[in-house]
Design a protein around this ligand. Structure first.
Ligand SMILES: NC(=O)C1=CN([C@@H]2O[C@H](COP(=O)(O)OP(=O)(O)OC[C@H]3O[C@@H](n4cnc5c(N)ncnc54)[C@H](O)[C@@H]3O)[C@@H](O)[C@H]2O)[C@@H](O)CC1
Ligand SMILES: [K+]
Length: 499
């Protein structure tokens, strides 16, 4: 199954195109219900009690199909319908007509008596916050502690944003159709889904391609072909030279973490540019990484006269203020690839327009911005269309469009967005990746990949994935220093898979 993610409207279009191409909607619903049936059957002993809760739309229709097929397999099925059976329309009405068992009112069923619950209340058609009977039912499902298989999306989760609309079903497993939706990856939706399975209901790859809008799950097939594989004929100077700007004497560790990650990610050479009063502190800790003194923006400008520095990383430990903003501005004028993190971003708080100028002055080199949520909100506080965007995916995309840079909006569900509209949602970061200095390492990996000539979007997406993978491989107890040391294993797996 492809990595595309389908928004609610895109999924509706894909359904409609498939129907227009000759597959009746009722057939799609039958396949959807059959996939749910198979998922339930894998989790339930024959004869176990299954409660199917149907809503008023086609999500409920899938539930009616599943109820019929589960009963035919010998399960004890009871079914409740939210709303009036006479109000069902189209394919849902047809599917309901084929269910010959009783249809109960939700208030009259004992939710906790079921071995497993099928949640077919709302899917991509959820139009507003749950209230009244729907809200009460969802609360009863969650309080029951029963296993729940959700149809398409746990009811109450917005498929585009992953937001909880009033309340939402906490599922143990979710069966979705054709492709995943952003809500299966974005928080909090992802945790409400449990495990997620994508069922093929006959929507072709071509139809998905025609309907999808360049949003993907972040995984190696998106960028593996762009990962530079060192050649025996190459040499270190061909793998780029990253320059990482250090903070003052008491704030040097962040830059060194980033520099080591850049080197481990494959940059040919890495140099730390250090304020003169921090040179000795840096010197005491660096071996393979080189060190150059640098005094303010003028000092950075002099260093950049050396064209071999093809990537600059500014931000980790840099300090917030005009001095850091000046470094960024100097770097911008030199057409080098740029990774801006942490304090470099906060030094432009409320001044995304200023950052846009810097990005434009780097053209055609790539610029990657790596804010976490707080830095993002500060940076874009004057850009209403960014901060008020309805989903994290939209926020990152609009930020990329506004700045002209690749934006990595970090979190457990990091979104990577390019100015051309491409976006990827990451899902491999373990909880223990949230540790001091981990962002510095991410920025360093991105710089290391850019140094080797990767494009901005691919470098950023690969860096985010490699960072998550390194943390997963290391396991709990991880500290940021460990990440770079696991990168060789991550890289050899990636390169092994390319060969
Ligand atoms: N042909 C198709 O379009 C297919 C659709 N499928 C299923 O159909 C679902 C989408 O169906 P629909 O577009 O009918 O949408 P849903 O079934 O998700 O929900 C729409 C219905 O819920 C009501 N509703 C929305 N929000 C509500 C709220 N907060 N409180 C109370 N009522 C609310 C609406 O008035 C409408 O009656 C998918 O998630 C999927 O499960 C599958 O059967 C595959 C084929
Ligand atoms: K559902």
């Amino acid at each position: 199954m492809g990595l595309e993610l389908l928004l609610n409207a895109e999924m509706r279009r894909a359904d409609a195109m498939t129907i227009a191409d000759g597959t009746p909607g009722r057939t799609l619903m039958e396949r959807a219900g059959a996939a749910v049936t198979a998922a339930v059957a894998r989790r339930c002993a024959a004869g176990e009690r299954v409660l199917v809760l149907c809503g008023p739309g086609n999500n409920g229709g899938d539930g009616f199909v599943a109820a019929r097929l589960l009963a035919a397999r010998g399960h004890q099925v009871s079914l409740a319908l939210l709303g009036d059976g006479a109000a069902l329309r189209g394919d849902a009405a047809l599917a309901a007509a084929e269910w010959t068992g009783p249809v109960a009112a939700p208030g009259s069923v004992a939710v906790e008596a079921a071995g497993l619950i099928v949640d077919a209340l709302f899917g991509t058609g959820l139009g507003r916050d749950l209230d009244g009977e729907a809200l009460a039912l969802v609360e009863r499902i969650n309080a029951s502690g029963r296993r729940v298989v959700a149809v398409d999306i746990p009811s109450g989760i917005n498929g585009d944003s992953g937001a909880v609309c009033g309340a939402a079903v906490r599922a143990t497993h979710t069966v979705t159709f054709a492709r995943r939706k952003p809500a299966h990856l974005l928080l909090p939706g992802r945790v409400y889904c449990g495990t997620v399975e994508v069922a093929d209901i006959g929507i072709t790859d071509a139809t998905v391609a025609a309907c999808a809008s360049d949003a993907f799950a972040n995984a190696p097939p998106l960028w593996r072909g762009h990962i530079p594989v060192p050649s025996i004929e190459g040499h270190k100077y061909k793998r780029g030279h990253a320059l990482v700007v250090s903070g003052g004497p008491t704030a040097t560790g962040a830059a060194r973490l980033a520099a080591r990650a850049a080197l481990r990610a494959g940059a040919g050479l890495v140099t730390v540019a250090s304020p003169p009063d921090a040179v000795m502190v840096n010197a005491a800790h660096l071996t393979a990484i080189m060190l150059r003194p640098m005094e303010g923006a003028a000092g950075l400008a002099r260093l950049l006269d050396d064209r071999r520095f093809n990537v600059l990383l500014i931000g980790p430990g840099a300090g917030v203020g005009q001095a850091t903003a000046d470094l960024v501005a100097i770097a911008g004028g030199r057409q080098r690839s740029l990774v801006l993190d942490a304090d470099a971003l906060t030094s432009f708080a409320g001044n995304a327009a200023g950052l846009r100028q810097v990005v434009a002055s780097c053209h055609p080199a790539a610029v990657i911005l790596t804010p976490h949520g707080g830095e993002f909100a500060a940076l874009f506080k004057a850009e209403d269309e960014v901060v008020r965007a309805p989903t994290k995916l939209d926020q990152a995309r609009r930020a990329a469009a506004v700045t002209g840079a690749v934006v990595v909006l970090k979190g457990a569900d990091t979104v990577i967005a390019a100015p051309d509209g491409r976006a990827a949602i990451n899902e491999n970061a373990p909880a223990w990746l949230g540790t001091a200095g981990s962002g510095d390492v991410l920025a360093g990996i991105a710089a290391g990949l850019l140094a080797q000539g990767m494009n901005g979007f691919e470098a950023a997406a690969a860096a985010v994935w490699m960072h998550g993978e390194a943390a997963t491989m290391f396991g709990p107890g991880l500290i940021s220093e460990d990440l770079a040391e696991v990168l060789p294993k991550v890289l050899s797996r990636l390169m092994g898979a390319t060969a």
